[in-house]
Structure formats: C-alpha cells, structure tokens
Ligand binder design. Sequence first.
Ligand code: ITT
Length: 201
Amino acid sequence: MNFEIVLATNNKHKLQEVRSFLSPHKIVVYGLNDLNLKVEDVEENASTYQGNALIKAQAVAKLTSFPVIADDSGLEIEALDNIPGLKSARFASSLGGHDNAIKEILKRLEDKNNRKARFICDIVLVNDGDKPLLFEGIAEGEITKERDGNGGFGYDPIFYSYDAKKRFSELSEEEKNRVSHRGKALYKLLTYLRITHQSIK
Ligand code: ITT
C-alpha cells in the first residue's frame, strides 16, 4: 500500500523535487491542487525557517487528514550578512523575479573575496495530534562569478555545490536531490517514515 502525504507549498519546483525523491519509496506526494485544497494566505512571519515551515504545515493540516509536510528554505550568503536567507523568496519577488535577484547578488559580491554560501531547508511534518517534527538539511557551497546552467530553479544558476562540484543548475533532478539542502532534509524524513511505517522501503 502506498503511503500518502501532502506537501504544503505553492512552489511547483519544490513539489517536483520532493515527489521525485519520495515516489521511488512508494510515497505519494499530493500538492494542494491535487486535493483542491484552498489555503488562505498565511503570513510567514516567524523568525526561523522551522517556524515558517510549521506555520505552512499547520495551515494545511486543518484542511486534510493526510499527514502534511512543509518546506521553508533559503540561501545565506556569508559576505552579505546571510541575506537573502529567510527572505529568499521575498527578495526575488521584490526585484521582479529570480533573474534580477541573481544580478543584484552578483553586483553586491563584485568586490568581495568571500563568496561562501549555504542553502538551508527545514521540513516540518505535522501528523494528526502528534508533536510536529523537524528535518533539516544544509548544502554548503559558494556563489559563482556568473550564472550558468538550465536546471533547477531560483538561485541554482549561481550556487556552486561543494558536494557536487558543479552548480545546482548543472545537475539532473536526481543529482541535485543527492546533495541539496532539500534532499538532505528529505533523507532524514524518509528515514523517520521508514521506521514508523513498515510499508515504506
Ligand atoms: P512556499 O512557501 O509556498 O513553499 P516559496 O518559494 O515561497 O514557496 P520559501 O518561502 O521557503 O518558499 O522560500 C524559498 C526560496 O528560497 C525560494 O523561493 C528560492 O528563492 C530559494 N530556494 C530555496 N530552495 C532553493 C533551491 O533548491 N534552489 C534555488 N533556490 C532555492
């Protein structure tokens, strides 16, 4: 029997990455549209990734009896005081999209020697009345001098992964999931689900 779970996100790229990671393990990941779930606009106003992930997961858990996961993630650039960080999505939308946000980051880093950066992903699982659980993944790397590659989404064209030795945008979905912040968090979630649900391989 398949295990069914809902991902509380409006980001279709996240949904695609999470599905491709979990579906080989007989875990069906529903998006909000699949179940016709209409979530009122929730304000992601927590001061941590896990706080925001919890807000998103709980808003959807009110609408369904399936277990719900939510992902809050961001890119932290050392030399820029860890921005855009928690506000990675808002930083991009305030500039008209990720293409402009990438240009802005490259400009701000022009005179900096330290280009170290990390992606962080906090996945929160909310299941029935159980205590919410947190699974965290971090991917270390640096910001390249120019953009390249067509894969992935968001800031991937300028993020060089130390694990993969390539930009995230130059990896297949499977390769990215093996080294990314989201893949690492998902691996921890999968390990937990395997222990608690024998049907999951
Ligand atoms: P939901 O809140 O609906 O899930 P969102 O995109 O707004 O979608 P977040 O608030 O968690 O999600 O913001 C995450 C942002 O961080 C995302 O929009 C990108 O700007 C960036 N980001 C996160 N993971 C990324 C990845 O794997 N590759 C590139 N950029 C990523």
